[in-house]
Design a protein around this ligand. Structure first.
Ligand code: FBP
Length: 704
C-alpha cells in the first residue's frame, strides 16, 4: 500500500481551498451583502415631496395634546415622487445634513437595511451628508457615543441580520437629566435629524424627543421595529397604516423552520411531545404565524384564552343561583386540562407524540396570573417611587421579596402598597412553584414591561399537564390506541384467537380502527383479573406474551422536549420581504427628513400586495398615543396591538385547529416552510398573517 502523502500544517493553512473554507465570509454571505433591494417607484424620482392624506383621522387623547403640543397636529403624509421643484425647495432638499440613527430594544432582522436605505438615499442627494450611528442604543445618545457610518461599514452589513453594526440597548430616555444629555449630544453633533428604530416604547420615546427638540430644529423620525409584530397602526376608522413591524416575518419563518423540523422528527420516532415556547411578549402574533406556517398539532393563542367562557360552569352556577366569575377567561388549571385532552385524543389514535406551540406571553391571559402580574407591577412600581434603592436591589433574593410581600399582608410595613396584596394573594402565590414565583418577581425592563422571556412559561404549563395526565392514566383514560390489524397480527402470531380476546380487552372492539384497552385495565394486575374473570386464564397462570405485548403498547409514557425559540430567530438574516421592506423604510425616513417632517413614523402601505403597489408614508406618532399604566402610574404611550380574535388570520387558525391536531387515524398535516432563502421562485414573499388579515377587517360566519 502506498504511504499517505504528508503535508505541513503551514502549507495546509496557506492553501487557497483551505483559506476559503475557513474564511469568516462565505459565498452565501457575499451574495447576500451584494443584493440590491428594489425601491418603490417614488424613490426613483430625483426628489420626493410629502402630501397630507386627509382620509386618515385620529381620536386624540387630551393628555397627548397637553404633553406633545408641537407635534400633535401632525397628519398622515404620503411620500410622492417629484421630477422638479422650485429652486428654494430643491436647495433645501439637497442640503448637506447630519443625521443620527439609533437602534432601540431587541434586535430585529432588517435593521441594517434601514440604515442602508437611509444612507443610500441621503448620500445620493448630497454626498456631504453625514450619518452617525449611536452606539449601544439610546445610551449612545445620552453619553455621546457614536460612529460616523462609512460606505464600507454600511456595505458590510447590507441584508444581514442583527444590529451588530452599531449594537442596541434598552435604555429609555425618560427623565430630565437623560433628555438634557441627549439634547446636548444632538447639539454638539449639529444634528438635523435623529432616527429612532424601535418598538412601541421606543417610538413613544421618539415622540417625546421630537417634542423636546422641536425648537432646536432637530427632527425626530421613528421606524416600526420588533419581531413581536405588536406595532400595528390603524386610524380611528380602522384603516390600516402600518400592518406589520419589520423583522416579524423573518423571526416567524426562522421559528417555523425549526418547529417544522421538530414536526418531522416527532412523527418519525413517535415518542416525544415537543413543547416550543416562542417569543413575542404579551401578543401571540408570532405563535399565530408559526401555526399558519407549520400546522403544528396545537398552538395556544393567549388572546383566545382570555376570550374563553366556561359554559358548563355558567350553567352550574345558574342552577345554584350564584354568580361564578371564574367561568370567564381561562385558568391555568383549565388550560392544562384542555392541553391534556388534546394529548389524549391523539394518543387514542396511536399518536403519543406531537408539537405544541406556546407563546411566551400566554400567562398574561390567564386569569390568576394576570392579577399577580398587575399587582406585583404596582407593588414594585410603588416601591421604586418611594425609595432610593430599587425593589430588586433592596430585596435581591426570592426569600427577601416574599418576606416583603408577607409584611404587606401583615400591614407591618405601612407602604403605599399595603392594600394591594392581601392574605388570599399570599396564599395563592405560595401555592405556585418557586421558579415561577421567581419569574413573576423578576425585574421589569426599563419600560416597565414584564419580561416574559425570563419566565419558564412552558414549564409552568407542562408541570400541570404531567400531573393531570398521571391522574388520567390512573383513571384508565389516557391510553394509546392499538390499531386493530396490529392486534390481530400479534395475536395470530402468538397462536391466540383475536376474536376471543378482543371483546375482553377493548372497550370499542369492532367499532373503531384504533382499539382502546378497557378503562378498568390499568395495570398488569387488573389485566390479569379481567382475563381470569373471563375464564381465559387460571389464577396461577401468567398472562400470555401477545396480550402482555399489546397491553404494554397501550401504556403511554408522556415524554417531552422543551425548546425556546426567540433569540435565534431574532438574530436570523432577513427574509427577502424584510430586506426590501426595511431598505424602503430607510428611504422613507430620508424623504420625511428632507421634507422637514418630525414626530412621524416611517411606514409602507399595501405591504400585502405586489411590491409595485407599496406606498411609503409618514404616520404621526403623537395622535396615536394614549394613557396606560406603567410601573404603577399612568403614562402616555403607543398602544401595543394584540391578536384580534375576529381577524381572518386568527379565524383561519381556529377553523383548522382540529385538522392540525390530527387526532384521527392517518397522517399529520404538517407544513414545511423550509429555510429562509434569499432568492428563488418558490420563496414565500410575505407573512401569511399579513395576507389573510388584508382580506377583510372582520369575518362573518357562513350563516351570518
Ligand atoms: P422588542 O420589543 O424590543 O423588539 O424586543 C422583542 C423581544 O425579543 C421579545 O420578543 C422578548 O420578550 C424580549 O425582546 C426579550 O428581551 P431581552 O432581549 O431583554 O431578553
Amino acid at each position: 500500500m502506498p504511504e499517505p502523502s504528508t503535508i505541513r500544517l503551514d502549507k495546509l493553512l496557506d492553501h487557497p481551498a483551505v483559506m476559503d473554507a475557513v474564511a469568516d465570509v462565505n459565498l452565501e454571505l457575499k451574495e447576500r451583502v451584494a443584493y440590491q433591494p428594489p425601491v418603490c417607484t417614488v424613490f426613483k424620482s430625483p426628489f420626493t415631496t410629502l402630501a397630507t392624506d386627509t382620509q386618515y383621522q385620529f381620536e386624540i387623547d387630551k393628555e397627548a395634546h397637553r404633553q406633545l403640543s408641537h407635534i400633535i397636529a401632525n397628519t398622515v403624509q404620503r411620500v410622492e415622487g417629484c421630477d422638479d421643484a422650485a429652486d428654494e425647495v430643491k436647495e433645501n432638499y439637497r442640503k448637506a445634513r447630519n443625521i443620527g440613527i439609533v437602534f432601540s430594544g431587541g434586535p430585529s432582522p432588517g435593521g441594517h437595511n434601514v440604515i442602508a436605505g437611509l444612507f443610500d438615499a441621503a448620500k445620493k442627494v448630497n454626498p456631504r451628508t453625514r450619518i452617525f450611528g449611536f452606539l449601544m442604543g439610546p445610551d449612545g445618545i445620552i453619553d455621546g457615543d457614536y460612529m460616523e457610518l462609512t460606505r464600507e461599514r454600511v456595505d458590510q452589513y447590507r441584508n444581514v441580520g442583527g444590529f451588530t453594526m452599531i449594537k442596541t440597548g434598552r435604555t429609555k430616555i425618560d427623565n430630565r437629566k437623560k433628555m438634557d444629555l441627549s439634547r446636548e449630544t444632538c447639539k454638539q453633533l449639529e444634528l438635523d435629524a435623529l432616527v429612532v428604530v424601535g418598538g412601541d416604547d421606543s417610538n413613544t420615546n421618539a415622540a417625546f424627543l421630537a417634542q423636546e427638540m422641536f425648537e432646536d430644529g432637530v427632527q425626530v423620525i421613528g421606524v416600526p421595529k420588533t419581531i413581536d409584530g405588536d406595532i400595528q397602526v390603524r386610524d380611528a376608522r380602522g384603516q390600516v397604516l402600518c400592518a406589520m413591524s419589520f423583522g416579524f416575518h423573518t423571526a416567524a419563518r426562522a421559528f417555523s423552520q425549526a418547529i417544522a423540523n421538530l414536526c418531522t422528527d416527532a412523527s418519525s420516532d413517535v415518542k416525544y411531545w415537543h413543547v416550543c415556547k416562542v417569543m413575542g411578549r404579551v401578543a401571540s402574533h408570532l405563535a399565530l404565524e408559526v401555526a399558519l406556517q407549520t400546522h403544528a398539532n396545537m398552538t395556544l393563542i393567549g388572546e383566545d384564552l382570555a376570550d374563553y367562557v366556561d359554559y358548563a360552569r355558567l350553567e352550574k352556577a345558574e342552577k345554584e343561583r350564584v354568580v361564578d366569575y371564574t367561568a370567564y377567561g381561562m385558568t391555568l388549571r383549565h388550560l392544562s386540562r384542555v392541553t391534556c385532552d388534546a394529548i389524549m385524543q391523539r394518543a387514542a389514535v396511536g399518536k403519543n407524540y406531537g408539537v405544541l406551540v406556546v407563546p411566551e406571553g400566554v400567562l398574561e391571559f390567564i386569569n390568576e396570573i394576570q392579577v399577580f402580574i398587575i399587582k406585583l407591577n404596582t407593588i414594585i412600581g410603588n416601591y421604586n417611587k418611594m425609595h432610593d434603592r430599587d425593589f430588586h436591589s433592596a430585596f435581591p433574593t426570592l426569600n427577601e421579596k416574599l418576606e416583603y410581600l408577607r409584611r404587606l399582608v401583615r400591614g407591618i410595613r405601612k407602604d403605599v402598597s399595603y392594600n394591594v396584596w392581601n392574605a388570599r394573594d399570599d396564599e395563592l402565590f405560595n401555592d405556585i412553584p418557586e421558579f415561577f414565583q421567581e419569574g413573576l418577581l423578576t425585574e421589569r425592563d426599563s419600560h416597565g414591561n414584564f419580561q416574559f422571556s425570563q419566565v419558564k412559561t412552558e414549564k409552568v404549563l407542562l408541570d400541570l399537564v404531567k400531573d393531570y395526565l398521571g391522574i388520567l392514566k390512573e383513571k384508565g383514560q389516557y391510553k394509546i390506541g392499538i390499531q386493530d390489524a396490529q392486534f390481530v397480527k400479534t395475536m395470530q402470531k402468538g397462536g391466540l384467537d383475536p376474536e376471543r380476546y378482543g371483546p375482553i380487552l377493548f372497550e370499542n372492539w369492532k367499532q373503531a380502527q384504533y382499539l382502546m384497552i378497557k378503562k378498568t385495565i390499568i395495570s398488569r394486575k387488573t389485566l390479569k383479573t379481567a382475563l381470569v374473570k373471563a375464564g381465559f386464564l387460571g389464577d396461577d397462570e401468567t398472562i400470555p406474551a401477545p396480550i402482555e405485548k399489546i397491553y404494554n403498547q397501550s401504556v403511554p409514557k408522556f415524554k417531552t422536549q422543551t425548546h425556546f425559540y426567540g433569540y435565534d430567530g431574532r438574530g436570523s438574516d432577513p427574509t427577502r420581504f424584510d430586506c426590501i421592506y426595511t431598505y424602503n423604510l430607510g428611504q422613507t425616513v430620508f424623504s420625511l427628513i428632507a421634507n422637514g417632517a418630525t414626530g412621524q413614523m416611517a411606514a409602507i402601505l399595501n405591504l400585502e400586495q405586489d411590491f409595485h403597489s407599496w406606498r411609503p408614508i409618514g404616520i404621526p406618532i403623537a395622535p396615536l398615543m394614549h394613557l396606560e399604566e406603567r410601573k404603577g402610574k399612568l403614562e402616555l404611550v403607543l398602544e401595543k396591538s394584540i391578536v384580534d380574535v375576529n381577524s381572518p388570520a386568527y379565524r383561519v387558525v381556529k377553523t383548522f385547529r382540529d385538522k392540525w391536531l390530527a387526532a384521527t387515524p392517518g397522517e399529520d398535516h404538517y407544513r414545511h416552510p423550509g429555510p429562509i432563502r434569499f432568492a428563488g421562485n418558490s420563496e414565500e414573499n410575505r407573512p401569511i398573517t399579513l395576507l389573510l388579515n388584508a382580506m377583510g377587517g372582520h369575518l362573518s360566519t357562513p350563516d351570518q
